[in-house]
Design a binder for this molecule. Structure first.
Ligand code: SAM
Length: 203
């Protein structure tokens, strides 16, 4: 299915696709960029940000970054060399994001990593671990249920800059679990507690 820009959107691949290809709907990505990322950049005086999308997929985040953030530089990566979003990026690569030592100097890591891909693919937690080490601002779409799982608590601790979670309503994919935006922000040095942000209502 293509949208008016000729890009694939609302793709619902069967659950179990080894690459976890379910792309973020445009309206969800727009809300994340406009209502979350742009205010964070403004609050910390980050201009012309260097942004890394480790699994760029359909490219909806990059599309909205281009609309709302002047001078952004975007590196888009996807294991799938045919991922349509690669065409929107300044620089591209096709490596396994969870097993790559990313360079430093990024301002933002944004995206929607593959959720629980079947082995031997790297588990989602490895993608997130890499992502939050690359940039002070991390915005990742993940299952809502991760927030309550003990194995995930190291990712959601104040020590790694975790800021809080924001439900996404309604769920973006019929065939998948409830989603939320998980937010990391290392610009704020001392934080007393994690936040439960108001839901992002996209429809
Ligand atoms: C859930 S989709 C999200 C795509 C995109 N971020 C979006 O919001 O539309 C996950 C993407 O991760 C890619 N992918 C899967 N395994 C990967 C890996 N190990 N490294 C990099 N990309 C991977 C898939 O090809 C797919 O495009």
């Amino acid at each position: 299915m293509t949208n008016e820009r000729g890009q694939r959107r609302y793709v619902e691949e069967p659950v179990g696709d080894p690459l976890g290809r379910f792309y973020t709907p445009d309206p969800v990505a727009e809300l994340v960029v406009r209502d979350v990322l742009v205010p964070m950049l403004q609050a910390h005086n980050v201009s012309r940000p260097k942004i890394l999308e480790m699994s760029v997929g359909g490219g909806s985040f990059v599309f909205w970054i281009r609309q709302y953030i002047e001078g952004a530089y975007v590196h888009g990566n996807d294991l799938d060399p045919d991922a349509p979003g690669l065409k929107l990026c300044d620089r591209t690569s096709n490596v396994d994001a969870a097993r790559t030592r990313w360079s430093e100097g990024w301002d933002v890591n944004i995206g929607n990593p593959p959720w629980d891909p079947p082995a031997p693919a790297a588990p989602t937690i490895d993608h997130v671990g890499r992502a939050i080490r690359t940039a002070p601002i991390g915005l990742l779409v993940l299952p809502w249920s991760y927030g309550g799982q003990p194995t995930w608590s190291p990712m959601f601790s104040l020590e790694v800059g975790f800021e809080g979670v924001q439900p996404i309503n309604p769920r973006p994919w019929i065939a998948h679990r409830e989603a939320a935006l998980y937010r990391w922000n290392a610009h704020i040095e001392r934080r007393e507690r994690r936040e439960y942000f108001q839901p992002l209502v996209w429809r």
